[in-house]
Structures are given as structure tokens and as C-alpha cells.
Design a binder for this molecule. Structure first.
Ligand code: ZN
Length: 286
């Protein structure tokens, strides 16, 4: 169960890795990397990614990899932004859901998140629900511009405490200076704030750091030390996939066999994922 691993992350000071996929080869790369390093892992699909691969396909492919490799691979519905989307993922058998109503005012966010928690737990008592509070800028790609974070974007510890108590979420994604994707400027993480939020939400609620792409090794280590239990990486594996693919197509212009064209991309993603899992300290944590 994810809960057991989450509990261990805080006790043993490491973090679970969360990697996104929208097709079978990215999932294969993530699953193989986790298997190689004996790491429990989460794989996620945003609403867009889920639409590409298919809801049932995502659930059943993850199940197939779990059986093939015999390791815990959990499927998360990443940034699901409507109750209908949440409900569909719960009903399809996802293990975890990020019910992301952070764009709404605080009270509305509480209301929609609480409704998601109640529905999900009534269907599957073991499901893990994450809420989001604060404003995270950026999107999962390489961004040429500088992304400036304003202090009012950041999650306030006292609001975080109220939010988790009123919604009943298991995990919280705070805005602590992190951004989605990779921007021209390096992220400036407020580690003190992570610690304060962790204190406010209590030991039973776990913190998730989004936008891990582009962060340094010391950023990750300090974030884990401050109370982060899970780290999301998407853009860096997208970039690894695409760069390898461009290179392959250029080097082998005559090649038409899809699996031959895609193998270097799988290897490139695997390399990034293994590197991150080592930094997160989730190696040999089965
Ligand atoms: Zn995210």
C-alpha cells in the first residue's frame, strides 16, 4: 500500500518518485528503472496524458508491469481538475488521485476537494487523495522565459493546516517556490516554508513536491529533509525522450521499424529516472 511507503519516507528521510507517461514506452522506461533499482514508484497521467493512452489502458498496462516485475508501481491521476475527471479515475481503478482545485478560491477548493475525498474513499478505502493549495506557475515543458514567483502564490502554513483538516486529504501539493517545467531561471525553493507546512499538516499528511525537473541534487535533499515525501518529474523525461528521438531519426533516416527508432528514447528516459531515484533515496526500499 502507498500509505506504508509514505510513512517510511518521513521516518527514513527519502522520497517516492512520481513520473508521468502518456504512452507505453515511457511507462516501460519508468517500470524498468524502478525494477533495476528495487524502488517503489508512482506513475502518473494528467488529464491530457490519460486521454492519449486511455483510462482503462493506463490502469491495465500498469497492472501488467506490476505483475511482470513484481514491484509496487502505483498509478496516480495527476492534476485532475474537475469532479467528473476525479470520479472517472477512481472508478477506473487508479491508486491515487490529485484532485487539483487550486485555481479556485480557498473555500471552493476545500469544498470540491472534500467532495472528491468522500467519493473516492467510499469506492476504495485504500485510495490516496492529494489536494493542492497555492498557485504553481509554469507548464511541463522547456520554457525560455524567466518565471517569477510572487509571495502571494505560496502556500500559507496555517491555511494548509485548515485545508487538510477540512478536506481529509492524505497528501498535499504546496506551492513553495517550485514551478512546473523548466524555466530560464533556477527554482528558488523555500525550505523553511516546507518545514512549516509539514508541521501545520501533521505527521499523517504527506507533502508532494511538483515540478522537480530542473532542480538540483541539493534542492531535492533539502526538500526531503524539510518534509517532502514524494517528488514529481515530468519535463526532464519528456526532454530525454524527444532529444533521443530527434537524434535517432537523424542518424538512421532509412529506419522504419518503430521499436528500433524508440529504443534509444526508452534508454534515455531510464537513465534520467534512475538518476533521480538514486537522489531521492528510494533505491532498495521495496
Ligand atoms: Zn504537477
Amino acid at each position: 500500500m502507498i500509505k506504508n511507503y509514505l510513512k517510511r519516507t518521513t521516518e527514513e528521510k527519502w522520497a517516492l518518485g512520481h513520473f508521468n507517461f502518456s504512452e507505453d514506452d515511457a511507462l516501460r522506461a519508468i517500470a524498468q528503472a524502478a525494477f533495476n533499482l528495487k524502488a517503489p514508484i508512482l506513475v502518473g497521467t494528467s488529464e491530457g496524458e490519460r486521454k492519449h493512452i486511455g483510462l482503462k489502458q493506463a490502469v491495465n498496462l500498469v497492472k501488467a508491469f506490476r505483475e511482470e516485475f513484481g514491484i509496487p508501481i502505483f498509478l496516480n491521476a495527476d492534476h485532475h481538475k474537475s469532479f467528473d475527471a476525479v470520479k472517472e479515475a477512481v472508478d477506473a481503478g487508479y491508486d491515487a488521485i490529485l484532485a487539483d482545485f487550486s485555481a479556485l478560491p480557498f473555500e471552493e477548493n476545500v469544498k470540491m476537494t472534500k467532495q472528491s475525498v468522500e467519493y473516492a474513499k467510499s469506492k476504495n478505502p485504500d485510495i490516496i487523495i492529494e489536494g493542492e493549495l497555492g498557485y504553481m506557475r509554469g507548464e511541463s515543458k522547456l520554457q525560455k522565459e524567466i518565471i517569477e514567483i510572487k509571495s502571494e502564490d505560496l502556500t500559507k502554513p496555517e491555511e494548509a493546516g485548515r485545508f487538510v483538516r477540512e478536506t481529509g486529504v492524505d497528501m498535499l501539493a504546496p506551492a513553495v517556490g517550485n514551478i512546473h517545467g523548466i524555466a530560464a531561471n533556477a527554482p528558488n525553493i523555500d525550505f523553511q516554508r516546507i518545514g512549516d507546512i509539514k508541521k501545520a499538516v501533521g505527521s499523517e499528511v504527506y507533502l508532494v513536491l511538483h515540478g522537480g525537473s530542473g532542480m538540483s541534487e541539493s534542492d531535492f535533499k533539502n526538500a526531503i529533509e524539510a518534509g517532502i515525501s514524494m517528488i514529481h518529474i515530468n519535463t526532464e523525461i519528456r526532454v530525454a525522450f524527444t532529444e533521443a528521438l530527434r537524434k535517432t531519426l537523424e542518424e538512421m533516416p532509412e529506419e522504419t521499424t518503430p521499436y528500433k527508432i524508440l529504443t534509444p528514447s526508452i534508454e534515455a528516459m531510464k537513465k534520467v529516472i534512475e538518476e533521480k531515484l538514486r537522489i531521492f533515496g528510494s533505491v532498495s526500499k521495496l
